[in-house]
Design a protein around this ligand. Structure first.
Ligand code: GNR
Ligand code: NI
Length: 174
């Protein structure tokens, strides 16, 4: 297994829509394990293929407390939604920024598992939030794209400034 590099905003690859997975082979299954390892190391509760520069529709997730319930969702689709809630979100591709977005409270999701078998889940709470966040990634959308115009502009400025400062720290420039 190996750690993958997580892309950061404003990498244009984060804004591309991923294509459906057509074949699940051992190489792709190794990629699921690499993504899980990368997600646990980060640490995060989910990681979409888009975030590691893979333009295919799959995501790994683990919302358990003990971090012992890895799940792979291939070609995930939201079939139905119910309710609305406020969600305080962060993203491994948007380090150093968090904000509140509106999400559906429950989502009924259909996907394939790592063996390619179809399954469905009635997700609520953290799993519902996480799956909506990850499926957004597969559609080329970040949580900051769901903020109001004013908040989004402010967020982008703040993120760019943080990135610039991190870069200056690294090169020792002042
Ligand atoms: O680790 C993560 N935590 C999180 C918290 C609230 C809402 C969404 C998330 S997903 C995030 C990992 C990530 O960026 N996945 O794409
Ligand atoms: Ni994210």
């Amino acid at each position: 297994m190996s750690l993958l590099t997580i892309l950061h905003y404003p990498d244009p690859r984060l804004h591309q829509r991923a294509r459906p997975v057509e074949h699940i082979d051992p190489e792709l299954q190794r990629t699921f394990d690499d993504m899980l390892e990368t997600m646990y190391a980060a640490p995060g509760i989910g990681l979409a293929a888009t975030q590691v520069g893979i333009g295919l529709r799959f995501t790994v997730v683990d919302v358990s407390e003990a971090k012992d319930e890895p799940q792979v969702f291939i070609n995930p689709e939201i079939i139905t939604r119910a309710g609305k809630c406020k969600s305080e979100e962060g993203c491994l591709s948007v380090p150093g920024y968090s904000d509140t977005v509106i999400r559906s409270q429950q989502v009924h999701v259909r996907a394939l598992n790592r063996a390619g078998e179809p399954f469905e889940v009635e997700a609520e709470e953290l799993l519902a939030i996480c799956l909506q966040h990850e499926i957004d990634h597969l559609d080329g959308r970040l949580f900051i794209d769901r903020l109001s115009d004013l908040k989004r502009r402010r967020a982008r400025r703040q993120i760019r400034r943080a990135l610039r400062e991190a870069q200056q720290d690294k090169t020792g420039a002042g």
